[in-house]
Unconditional design. Structure first.
Length: 285
């Protein structure tokens, strides 16, 4: 039976991995900040050495971009050194490691999708600390999967839940027409992660749902699937509160997945439909 350690298990992606793992025959060690802070090197090493997982999945991170700008030491401690600690113990015990990363390692200045072979050029503390984490993982163990994704929606605070909440409260929703990305459900990301860990196809991957859209179109689609009526104001990313910290063009090309031709991500609208159907069930319970 495969033993899996999920660090940052209470977050959106950690929760989705647990949901997808639930029916499978696997032993799972879940830890989040309260049980095991990944910045505590000795504790991370001893947890790994005692429990000896076959796979370590690093879902822990500081994802609040404003917080990263305000507290860069914290961002680097968790997003970079935390990833280093997990990869050191992975190498020590011979485990595979999955490290979740982001489109924010790119500057967003292109207008064609970024492949795994494009040069990174993060423009934010979040993006730079995530790139540093990627580099540590590659440096400390070759049995790695660095998986970059974007615009995740799962259990927790994300763009979809914010749009649904605002619509429910009758608030105005503002969304940028010139901010482009690939919405990806945390569950679909979890499924590809659980596929990859059964292989030896190590390396860096882009894994987003198929298709792309603007924030504005994304907001409209969320409301339409949820059957909610709310005003969506079309704004420019330059007017958005997030313009300093978000790449305008956050589109990742799943190039490696496509050329190895073993796994296809679903379309984002299909994944959003599944997500909204679950949200409807939960809210009408
Ligand atoms: N969300 C996205 O759109 C997106 C896109 C691409 C990549 N990613 C990456 O995917 C990973 C997971 O994202 P997510 O959306 O699931 O984030 P999330 O919901 O914010 O979850 C991150 C989890 O890590 C925990 N954590 C923070 N500091 C920690 C520490 N020192 N030790 C152990 N755990 C710690 C957090 O706990 P607290 O909540 O208590 O701080 C939280 O439970 C992140 O590394 C992120 O960079 C996310």
């Amino acid at each position: 039976m495969l033993k899996i350690w999920i660090a940052g298990s209470a977050g959106q992606i950690g929760t989705a991995i647990n949901e997808v793992l639930d029916p499978l025959e696997m032993e799972v060690f879940n830890t989040d900040k309260d049980e095991l802070d990944i910045t505590q090197t000795d504790e991370v090493l001893s947890f790994g050495e005692i429990n000896r997982p076959d796979v370590i999945i690093n879902c822990a991170g500081i994802t609040d971009m404003d917080l990263c700008e305000k507290e860069p030491e914290l961002a680097y401690r968790v997003n970079a050194l935390g990833a280093r600690n997990l990869s050191i113990v992975a190498r020590k015990i011979g485990a595979k490691i999955v490290h979740i990363s982001t489109d924010d390692v790119f500057d967003g200045n292109k207008n064609t999708p970024y492949s795994e072979f494009d040069d990174t050029n993060p423009k934010t503390v979040y993006g730079r600390s995530k790139r540093a984490g990627e580099n540590y993982v590659r440096e400390f163990t070759h049995k790695h999967f660095v998986i970059r994704s974007s615009w995740i929606f799962g259990h927790g605070d994300n763009f979809v839940t914010r749009v649904l909440r605002k619509a429910g409260n009758g608030e105005l929703i503002e969304a940028a027409i010139d901010e482009t990305g690939c919405p990806t459900s945390a569950k679909d990301l979890a499924r590809i992660i659980l596929y990859l860990i059964t292989t030896n196809e190590y390396g860096t991957y882009h894994a987003t749902c198929k298709g792309l859209c603007s924030r504005y179109d994304f907001a409209r689609e969320i409301l339409s699937l949820a059957g909610l009526h709310a005003e969506v104001k079309e704004i420019s990313i330059a007017d958005s509160k997030e313009h300093l910290v978000r790449p305008a063009y956050a589109v990742l090309d799943n190039f490696i997945l496509r050329i190895i031709d073993v796994y296809e991500m679903p379309k984002w609208k299909q994944s959003l439909e599944e997500y909204i159907a679950e949200w409807k069930e939960e809210t009408h319970e």
